[in-house]
Design a protein around this ligand. Structure first.
Ligand code: NAD
Length: 293
């Protein structure tokens, strides 16, 4: 086993042999030419994640639902950063369309290495007013959609050659959940239920496939400025109310999630599976107790 000193020695050995540029390439991660499928990548968090993987030199399958222009703009940025990819329209809640998307990814890149299960929607309503359509719509996209995409990814991962006991995985799934997988949310019961469901889907799946050298984790964002919540962060009064719930006192950006996703998808985090990383500026720290304990 390496001691901390040995790691420090290795690091300084790297420093003496390689130029800063080479070093940054080596230390960057192992994502160059890896294939990453990002659902809901035409806007917001998914777009930020897809571009960030493009910057690592990855191949990115840019899934979108209806915003083709948004998807094209994601792909342009991936290409400009040195990555490769293609856009693909599919509704993540349609088994047939999800299968078609994976077939296209296999045709172009042979397989995939990482799934970012990001697509999600909100349809808000008080509980007694919530229609069955509002309930089903959110569960279908946020939970069933993530199930379908994860299942196809696992079916591909298990066909890959063995990696033995090396510190790297055969495949990697990251579910984009929400702080509302543990924080109850009045007026959003369908959304919170879908995210709570993702949490248990992630953990049960992680347990089932760990011995196959497949990693499965969640990133749970707090308040990130995207289209899904622009009615809040574009309104000064609502924004001030929101900031009361964020001890770190800033609203997150898609890049905050993207940086975490790149690290969690890389071999740098190889020993992590079955875990949720809250990227939330402290929103899950019970901010009401700051002064009222
Ligand atoms: P967004 O609305 O910009 O992105 C959602 C994306 O999902 C869109 O591109 C949309 O087209 C796509 N999508 C919706 N239904 C789809 C379907 N059936 N098939 C394929 N794609 C579909 O919002 P966002 O904030 O970027 O949300 C991304 C994810 O992050 C969601 O799962 C959301 O629940 C989660 N999240 C967001 C926040 C936040 O504060 N923004 C916080 C916690 C969790």
């Amino acid at each position: 086993m390496n001691s901390g000193n040995e790691y420090a020695n290795e690091h300084s050995a790297l420093a003496s042999v390689y130029s800063p540029n080479q070093r940054s390439r080596i230390m960057k991660n192992n994502l160059q030419k890896k294939t990453i499928l990002v659902t809901g990548a035409s806007s917001g968090i998914g777009q930020g994640i897809a571009i960030r993987f493009g910057q690592q030199g990855a191949n990115v399958v840019v899934n979108y639902h209806s915003d083709e222009e948004g998807a094209k703009s994601t792909l342009d940025k991936i290409n400009a950063a040195g990555g490769d990819g293609f856009i693909y329209q599919a509704d993540v809640s349609s088994e047939e369309e999800v299968k078609g998307m994976y077939e296209e990814a296999v045709k172009k890149y042979g397989s995939i290495d990482v799934l970012i299960n990001n697509a999600g929607i909100q349809k808000d309503s008080s509980f007694s007013e919530m229609t069955l359509d509002e309930w089903n719509g959110v569960i279908k996209t946020n939970l069933t959609g993530q199930f379908l995409c994860a299942r196809e990814a696992i079916r591909l991962f298990v066909q890959k050659p063995d990696v033995g006991n090396e510190a790297k995985a055969k495949g990697n799934i990251i579910f984009i959940s929400s702080v509302h997988d543990i924080i109850p949310w009045a007026g959003h019961v369908n959304y919170a239920s879908s995210k709570g469901g993702i949490s248990m889907l992630m953990k049960s799946l992680a347990l089932e496939v760990a011995q196959k050298k497949i990693r499965v984790n969640c990133i749970s964002p707090g308040a990130i400025a995207t289209d899904i919540n622009d009615d809040v962060w574009k309104d000064e009064q609502k924004k001030a109310e929101l900031l009361k719930l964020i001890p770190y006192k800033r609203i997150g950006q898609p890049e905050d999630i993207a940086k975490t996703a790149v690290w969690l998808a890389s071999d740098e985090s190889d020993y992590i599976t079955g875990t949720t990383i809250y990227v939330d500026g402290g929103m899950t720290l019970y901010p009401g107790f700051l002064e009222n304990g």
